[in-house]
Design a protein around this ligand. Structure first.
Ligand code: 2HG
Ligand code: ZN
Length: 484
């Protein structure tokens, strides 16, 4: 390090401490480690400092200071990204800006059915605040206790209730975001209609912190469901699951809130890694579905609809067995089995993450073809395939065989397996990232699935908002760090 750059770093650190306070500015590698490594411990970066601002004004001042020094900033929420999108790279020249201290529920307007939150509120706290006000905030993902609203927005999070309520883009009426030079953009107005030009908030949503740092949002609230009916259903195969979904929508319409597909190996993995949980059905099955119906009231009507769907399924040979939840505890137990699939893979190590969306009409063929291709490359892989079939999203995660080390499995297979699965999805007009974002993990794969025009437009927008490439550099946009 030259004397000038050492002076400049010292000045920057002093400036950061002056803005956020000494306690909210970390510089020691040990203190920074939880912020520079992702939660699956796959991405290990370094940082100049980690700052924890408490207000939008402080975020703005931090950004303005870093902008003057030409220092990159990596925004971070709950650090639950599966794509390495929220941690710095190994260069050690960036400041990590974590929003967890900005955890205020600013306002709940039950007449307008909106809630205004600072970005660091966890999803769990957001849902609890809505519930306390007699409303539902419907985003539902397994990591709700750790992930934060800012991260949910910046990745356009989806989860298990998208079929009914949409993803984060659909649930947002306005945001506040700090630009790379410290200016503050705000559309926190809570309007359901506003056609006054470009919908700028949508640029920031899903851009993974590469265009601005989301610091607050106005989100839509829904009525709390009064009745729930759920079943864990063994189906003949994914084709049968799609037919059953069509039948469920015909019978129950909007009440179909979740429709999750689960492969046999995915359930087995959870049961093996958490022996305290029990299987919902007496026998093992290759394919299962977790269906949930909700409505404002009329529990009996909902139960009757569920029975009707199952009867039709049995009659048409789509369904081979089913367990119906007899209580809320049963429903929770079904969901626990489903939601543990991701962490069970993390504990086992060696899973290849593909997060595909594909039109429902093609999804069953896609699963069959992708499985055949994967098994030709890695014959002993455990086919952990599951996800939000109701909205056309399947997590296609081949996992190492029990007798093979994770590193060996990944070294041999990661590139070729993900290339095969993502390539098939791209050729069928699907997406290689339905809901997990791009981060660094899938960044270069965009070259193969986006057209030159799309990539050019993405870079033009990036240059317009972040001409110095200082915000979350190296994420999302393929091309060298210095390409700007
Ligand atoms: C889920 O649906 C999450 O459980 C995580 O999106 C999926 O780990 C995964 O691939
Ligand atoms: Zn998911």
């Amino acid at each position: 390090m030259t004397a000038t750059s050492a002076n400049s770093s010292a000045q920057l650190l002093q400036g950061l401490r002056a803005i956020v306070g000494d306690k909210a500015c970390m510089e020691a590698a040990d203190d920074m480690q939880p912020f520079t490594t992702d939660y699956r411990k796959l991405y290990h970066g370094k940082a100049l400092a980690v700052v924890l601002p408490a207000t939008t004004q402080q975020v703005s001042e931090v950004m303005a200071l870093c902008f003057r020094h030409g220092v990159p900033v990596v925004p971070q929420g709950g650090n639950t990204s599966l794509m390495g999108g929220a941690v710095p790279d190994a260069a050690g020249d960036a400041v990590v800006l974590n929003l967890r201290r900005m955890n205020q529920v600013q306002e709940i307007d039950v007449v307008n059915d909106t809630m205004t939150l600072s970005a660091g509120v966890t999803l769990q706290a957001a849902r609890a605040a809505a519930q306390e006000a007699g409303r539902l905030f419907p985003l539902r993902i397994g990591s709700e206790g750790s992930c934060q609203i800012g991260g949910n927005l910046s990745t356009n999070a989806g989860g298990t209730a998208v079929l009914r309520y949409g993803n984060m883009r659909d649930l947002t009426l306005g945001i506040e975001a700090v630009l790379p030079d410290g200016r503050i953009y705000s559309s926190l107005r809570g309007l359901r209609k506003d056609n006054t030009g470009y919908d700028l908030k949508q640029l920031f949503i899903g851009s993974e912190g590469t265009l601005g740092i989301i610091t607050a949002a106005v989100l839509k609230l829904m009525p709390l469901p009064g009745a729930t009916a759920a079943a864990w259903i063994a189906v003949r195969d994914p084709h049968a699951a799609v037919e059953l979904l069509t039948e469920a929508k015909r019978v129950a319409g909007q009440a179909v809130t979740a429709f999750e597909l689960i492969s046999g190996p995915a359930l087995t993995l959870v049961l093996e890694s958490m022996p305290q949980l029990s299987a919902p059905l007496p026998e093992t099955h290759d394919w299962m579905v977790l269906i949930e119906l909700t409505s404002g009231g009329d529990a009996e009507g909902l139960d009757a609809m569920l029975m009707g769907i199952l009867e039709q399924g049995l009659e048409r040979g789509l369904v081979t067995d089913a367990a119906i939840a007899a209580s809320l505890a049963d429903t929770r137990a079904f969901w626990q089995l489903r939601e543990e699939i991701s962490d069970a893979q993390t504990r086992t190590g060696g899973s290849i993450k593909c997060d595909i969306s594909i039109p429902l009409s093609k999804i069953a063929d896609f699963i069959a073809e992708a499985s055949a291709q994967v098994l030709a490359l890695a014959p002993d892989a455990r086919m952990v395939i599951y996800g939000h079939m109701g909205d056309g999203n399947v997590h296609f995660n081949p996992l190492r065989p029990k007798d093979m080390a994770a590193a060996e499995f990944l070294a041999q297979n990661y590139a070729r397996v993900s290339h095969a699965v993502d390539g098939l999805a791209t050729r069928q007009n699907g997406s290689i990232s339905a809901e997990h974002g791009i981060g660094v993990a899938k960044r270069d794969d965009l070259l193969e699935c986006k057209s030159p025009v799309e990539l050019e437009l993405m870079w033009q927008i990036k240059r317009a908002l972040d001409p110095g490439n200082l915000l979350n550099p190296g994420k999302v946009l393929p091309g060298a760090k210095g390409l700007v």
